[in-house]
Design a protein around this ligand. Sequence first.
Ligand code: FES
Length: 112
Amino acid sequence: MPTVTAQGQTIECEPGANLRQVLLQHGIALHNDRSQWSNCRGIGTCGTCAVQIQGLVSETNWREQTRRSHPPHSLMQDRRLACQTRVLGDPKVTKFDGFWRQDELICWSADG
Ligand code: FES
């Protein structure tokens, strides 16, 4: 069973589970401020669910590549859209500051 580690929690999930859904279902604050209410609900267009991931997850799909290729995101930045990411191994997740999670200031890491 894959295990997601985020904000000090360790969460077991099904292989292939959607990372955004796993985090939200366990009360992890994925979205910041206004983006809690003004996000695309996981269709990959708003870019407010960007996180840094260490561990095995799905490859980027065309939706994610399209959104992350537009500012403030960049395909050069080490971020993934949680809503477009499937959990395959045991990823550790870090969230950053900024409306789109584009900043370098860490909000929370895998350890808390
Ligand atoms: S929730 Fe909008 S891109 Fe992920």
